[in-house]
Design a protein around this ligand. Structure first.
Ligand SMILES: [Zn+2]
Length: 97
């Protein structure tokens, strides 16, 4: 008894969903473009902040390396947790810079 009404509703929902789908495609294309750009940026950052540096498995190891560097005259180093490889790296950049 409600089958006609139900199918009309289903049709409206299908139309609505197809419209949404079209918007999703547009949004997805834009997202892919932005993602490709930010991926490239991230790759450069990663190379600079991670892959080109020595990696330490723990903060303790990194701090020991900082101490060893200080003994050899390289001061002002600090260590940071790497968001890319989950290890630790040293940097000479000031934390306030
Ligand atoms: Zn790293």
């Amino acid at each position: 008894m409600t089958s006609r009404k139900g199918s009309a509703k289903a049709k409206r929902i299908a139309e609505f969903k197809s419209q949404l789908g079209g918007m999703d495609d547009l949004f997805e294309r834009e997202t892919k473009r932005v993602t490709a750009k930010s991926l490239e940026k991230e790759r450069t950052l990663r190379k600079k902040a991670c892959e080109s540096k020595n990696r330490y498995d723990s903060e303790r190891d990194a701090r020991e390396a900082i101490r060893a560097c200080a003994e050899h005259g390289t001061l002002g180093l600090r260590c940071y947790r790497c968001p890319y490889c989950d290890g630790w790296h040293l940097t000479s950049k000031s934390q306030n810079a």
